[in-house]
Design a protein around this ligand. Structure first.
Ligand code: ZN
Length: 138
């Protein structure tokens, strides 16, 4: 059952994420004794400083290991979190003729390591964001 939770900071509905992504991305995350059942969510509102939340408990974007691609407009924001590829690097690769993910990976010498589920802050594969960044960099 997917129950949508509301961000305690901005009141907008969040997205459910797996706990492993939260533990990896929150630097000071401390595992509580009865933590196993905590349902974590992420706030997708670009203007809200909340990152992950569960009920009234929340972390800020400043608690994150790396910035969130949908809350940070800078070129230093990661596009592919498992390889550390940034938006600026993708833009540069596209300007130099890269058209596909494979092109970009070859050009930047950064390939996916298959750790998206824990390293990507959404706990999902970076592929869709990667493709969107390529298409908007043209
Ligand atoms: Zn929020």
């Amino acid at each position: 059952m997917k129950l949508i939770q509301i961000c305690p900071q901005c009141g907008q509905p969040g997205l459910r994420v797996n706990a492993d992504a939260v533990k990896y991305n929150i630097v000071k995350f401390k595992r509580k004794k009865k933590d196993s059942g905590t349902k974590w969510n992420i706030c997708t509102n670009p203007d809200c400083e909340c990152s992950y939340f569960s009920g009234k408990e929340f972390f800020r974007t400043s608690d994150l290991r790396r910035p969130l691609f949908f809350k940070d407009a800078s070129d230093n924001v990661p596009v592919c979190y498992c390889s550390g590829l940034t938006k600026g690097e993708v833009k540069d690769a596209v300007r130099n003729g890269c058209k596909t993910i494979k092109d970009v990976q070859k050009y930047t010498k950064k390939s996916m390591s298959g750790h998206c589920e824990t390293r990507n802050p959404l706990g999902k594969c970076c592929r869709n964001v990667f493709l969107r960044t390529i298409s908007t960099s043209v």
